[in-house]
Structures are given as structure tokens and as C-alpha cells.
Design a protein around this ligand. Sequence first.
Ligand SMILES: [Zn+2]
Length: 82
Amino acid sequence: MICPKCKSQNVNVQVVTETQLKNKHHGIVWWLLVGWYWVPIKWLFLTVPALIVKIFAPKKQKLKQKHISKCVCQNCGYMWDA
Ligand SMILES: [Zn+2]
């Protein structure tokens, strides 16, 4: 491995784990138009069965994890994706 910036061979490879959490944010207009009735319906028809399933079904990981190899030059500090 050679640093593309300074051509040094003193390069460290690190495995970085990136965790992505999917969060949806709704605006005030959505809440006024949809949210006030959709959320209780969603609770009744999606969350309650989901909770029941969660009790009986085995646990599943919800987080999406990415393993990325990153190269770090020990000479100049330049970092790039492997
Ligand atoms: Zn370098």
C-alpha cells in the first residue's frame, strides 16, 4: 500500500464500522394532515402486532452495519478508502 499523496509506504489499514440508523422526520404539515390520525392507526395495526411478534419471534438486528477499510498514511496523515 502506497500513499497517493506522499508516496510513502508507511500506511496503516483500519477497518471502520459505520452504523446507520434510519430515522424519518416528518414536518409540521405532515403532522397536521396525516400524523394525527395515521400514528394511532399505525400503532394499532402495526406496532401492536409487531410487539406481539417481537415477544414470540427471535431477536433480529435492526441496525445496518457497514465494514469499511480505510487507509491512513502514517507519514502525512492522509486518509482514503481502500
Ligand atoms: Zn502520505
